[in-house]
Design a protein around this ligand. Structure first.
Ligand code: KIV
Length: 258
């Protein structure tokens, strides 16, 4: 387990160093990310959508997160590994403690949880579990919200985001993910916090950026969030290689019998 993530992140922010974070769910991608120099690897509960083929993240279980976290952990030597607490595994401080302890035991350096829940977060940081907060669009609440909607567009919404961000910092978070937050609001929050803000679809004014690696690499052409600019189109060489293999296999001549 890496110690002092919070101090190190705050130092980086003071020095103006940006954070580049990506997700991983298995050994090879975790190892490739780590060897590429990524600042932090998140075993996101986006697992549900990009690995398990579910329609959202809501039904991901703690056991599934542990299973994938262990695979990621085996591939990472350098970067901190954070993991999402899945939906309904932190409904009370007691439940959060039990869930987070099992993730730390499986190799997590930090846990991430969604929403303005300073009491739950404090219960974890009090026993030295590193916690990353997550505000703005909260994917675990997508069903109640009826979709992925941008946050902070009105003054009351911007004010409540700011209040929540300050309360999560006070509760001891080491960083704060801002998802689909109005760019001016994320920039303002980033200026006010000592801990880094990590944006996803929240504009350039955050202290770092995170993406789902599958989106970055263009591995799921059937679904691309509007704010993602893929850096590759890996679905194409993937399918080309598979088609070549199929064609070569079909063309194989059986050895002639003596
Ligand atoms: O589950 C996830 O992948 C996330 C994002 C912030 C990338 O929470």
């Amino acid at each position: 387990m890496i110690n002092g993530i919070k101090e190190s992140l705050e130092n980086s922010k003071r020095r103006g160093k940006k954070q580049a974070w990506l997700t991983a769910y298995d050994y090879p991608s975790a190892r490739l990310l780590d060897e590429s120099g990524i600042d932090l690897i998140l075993v996101g509960d986006s697992l549900g959508m990009v690995v398990l083929g579910q329609k959202d993240t809501v039904d991901v279980t703690l056991d599934e997160m542990i299973h994938h976290l262990k695979a990621v952990r085996r591939g990472v030597l350098r970067a901190p590994v954070a993991v999402d607490l899945p939906s309904h595994t932190y409904d009370t401080p007691e439940q959060a403690l039990e869930s987070a302890r099992s993730l730390v035991a499986a190799g997590a350096d930090a846990v991430k949880l969604e929403g303005p829940l300073p009491e739950v977060i404090k219960a974890l940081t009090d026993i030295k579990i590193e916690v990353i907060g997550h505000l703005g669009m909260l994917p675990q609440h997508v069903r109640e919200e009826g979709g992925y909607h941008r946050k902070g567009k009105t003054v009351p919404e911007a004010m409540s985001l700011r209040e929540a961000a300050l309360s999560l910092q006070k509760a001891g978070c080491c960083a704060l993910v801002l998802e689909l937050v109005d760019a001016a609001v994320s920039e303002q929050i980033s200026r006010e916090l000592a801990i880094p803000t990590i944006g996803i679809g929240s504009g350039p004014g955050c202290d770092g950026q995170i993406l789902v690696t599958t989106d970055l690499l263009g591995l799921q052409p059937w679904f691309r969030p509007s704010f993602v600019k893929p850096k590759a189109d890996l679905a194409t060489p993937f399918q080309r290689a598979v088609k070549e293999f199929i064609a070569e296999t079909y063309a194989l001549e059986p050895p002639s019998l003596p």
